[in-house]
Ligand binder design. Structure first.
Ligand SMILES: Cc1cc2nc3c(=O)[nH]c(=O)nc-3n(C[C@H](O)[C@H](O)[C@H](O)COP(=O)(O)OP(=O)(O)OC[C@H]3O[C@@H](n4cnc5c(N)ncnc54)[C@H](O)[C@@H]3O)c2cc1C
Length: 469
């Protein structure tokens, strides 16, 4: 057994997007970093980068990338999405804009491309050493001593490090050690729905349609909302779409993965519910057979730290993907930690800094966890609901009347950096006002917009103004 004391300032466990960004940001502050990653180096081996092929990045994630000077490099590789493109069951479509104008959009990017870029940039600092195929097996928190299993050799090594940051994802081994050794509390709530990813191919070479080589309009997040389940699709720069079917795991009154046991059932299901989708994915049945069913979990933990050891990203706060904020929230962790480091005297009191970091983030990561679960209901169900659509129409009017000071909950989460907790609370105020002014109304003409404006001026704007919105 190899035993060594790391000569690096910080050890990071997990080289996913958050661990890689963290290592890069620390290195840019002059620190040396050792990163231990369970998987192969994805730049050399064709391995799946993780859960979803592509991701939506928005303002908070971009702020993290800007911090390390990579915002534009990443944006150059993305497809902008200006709104939700809804597909009704009868094939009718409509675009619901996300922001005030095209400057407010989210961007679809390759998870693997982003992760690889961050790893390469981290190594290029000369201060980051990445160790692959090293799986954290156990940790003695009192000694900051970690045991890694070499996944190729089958050997173990003990590494002791002065500071340990755990970015090892939603099933974090470091979190398991924290819970076992410090009495930290953890809750892991598994969603009753799972997901399967399918790829919609680009149009065949030489064939260009209404949207170039894309089979559908690329600059929107496509949603087929069907009540208790839904299908979504995000475009990739190569002309394909990554499509995700979210469906209950277990048999019940609604369709479920448990029902889709053979090709005939799968085809009948897609033909009935997603008729316009079927012709665009010629090998749908083969893909469906091969794609694994993914699970989604909300993890809440506290405390996240034990002296100079802390969790970050999904390891501390995995959330369901329906607000497109999991990675964005993890990048915001990095931004928040770097802001604290930048103000702290040297040598750093890591235990105090990490405790402050966790206390700052916890109410906000709890808030986005709850918002993400709520947004599942909104996406699969409410976007097709007349009340939801009326609320959105009133909000669009309020945006005009309130001269740009009104921000919907979605916009606060996605296009600003106000704390998630503030977005959650602002959303509760908005819902109360919208419910009141829309009660019993069928269309925008019937709504007392002056009253809606007065209520928002009295109740929402002073609250948002406290946070600089
Ligand atoms: C279907 C789906 C769609 C999503 N879409 C979005 C989106 O649009 N926008 C968004 O912001 N977020 C999205 N997310 C969430 C996003 O994927 C996560 O929040 C993000 O990947 C978290 O990054 P991370 O680095 O903390 O963890 P991970 O990406 O999970 O990385 C953890 C790393 O640690 C390594 N590791 C694990 N265990 C060990 C160990 N014991 N020892 C060493 N290494 C280990 C893993 O191999 C991995 O490389 C989505 C998630 C899902 C499931």
């Amino acid at each position: 057994m190899l035993e060594r004391i790391s000569s690096a300032d910080v050890a990071v466990v997990g080289a996913g997007p958050v661990g890689s960004l963290l290592a890069l940001a620390l290195a840019q502050r002059g620190m040396t970093v050792e990163v231990f990653e369970r998987r192969h180096d994805m730049r050399k081996h064709a391995i799946a980068a993780g859960r979803s092929i592509n991701l939506a990045v928005s303002t908070r994630g971009l702020a993290g990338l800007k911090l390390v000077g990579l915002e534009q490099a990443v944006l150059d590789q993305t497809v902008p999405m200006y709104g939700r493109f809804l597909h009704a069951q009868d094939g009718a479509t409509r675009l619901l804009r996300y922001g005030r104008d095209d400057s407010e959009h989210i961007s679809s990017m390759s998870r693997g491309g982003l992760n690889q870029l961050l790893m390469t940039e981290a190594e290029a600092t000369g201060r980051v050493k990445l160790h692959f195929r090293q799986r954290l097996q156990s940790v003695d928190l009192s000694k900051q001593a970690m045991t890694f299993h070499d996944e190729d050799e089958g050997t173990l090594q003990h590494v002791t490090a002065p500071v340990i940051l755990g970015t090892d994802g939603s099933a974090s081994a470091l979190r398991t050690a924290l819970v076992a050794q410090t009495g930290a509390q953890v809750s892991e709530a598994l969603l009753s729905a799972g997901y399967k990813e399918l790829t919609m191919p680009a149009l065949p070479a030489g064939q260009h349609g209404e949207h170039g080589h894309f089979a559908m309009y690329p600059k929107a997040l496509h949603i087929w909302p069907r009540g208790r389940f839904m299908l979504i699709a995000l475009a990739n720069p190569d002309g394909t779409f990554t499509c995700t079917l979210f469906l209950p795991h277990a048999a019940g009154p609604d369709p479920s993965f448990a029902d889709l046991t053979d090709d005939a059932a799968v085809l009948a299901f897609f033909t009935r519910w997603f008729g316009d989708f079927v012709p665009l994915v010629p090998d749908l049945l083969a893909q469906f057979r091969q794609a694994p069913v993914g699970h989604m979990v909300t993890v809440k933990t506290w405390p996240w730290t034990a002296g100079p050891v802390a969790l970050c990203g999904d390891a501390a706060h995995a959330i369901v993907p329906f607000f497109g904020q999991g990675m964005n929230a993890g990048f915001e962790d990095v931004t928040a930690l770097m802001a604290l480091l930048d103000c702290a005297p040297k040598p750093y009191d890591w235990s105090a800094l990490l405790a402050e970091f966790a206390a700052l983030r916890k109410p906000n990561t709890d808030a986005i966890a709850d918002l993400a679960v709520e947004n599942f209901v909104e996406m699969r169900d409410k976007v097709a609901d007349p009340t939801f659509l009326l609320h959105r129409a009133v909000e669009a009017e309020l945006d005009k009347r309130l001269a740009g000071t009104y921000r919907s909950r979605y916009q606060l989460v996605t296009f600003t950096r106000v704390p998630y907790r503030v977005a959650l609370e602002a959303g509760a105020i908005q819902l109360q006002v919208l419910t009141e002014v829309c009660a019993g109304k069928q269309s925008l003409d019937e709504v007392d917009l002056a009253r809606a404006e007065a209520l928002m001026r009295a109740q929402l704007l002073p609250y948002l103004a406290r946070y600089g919105v």
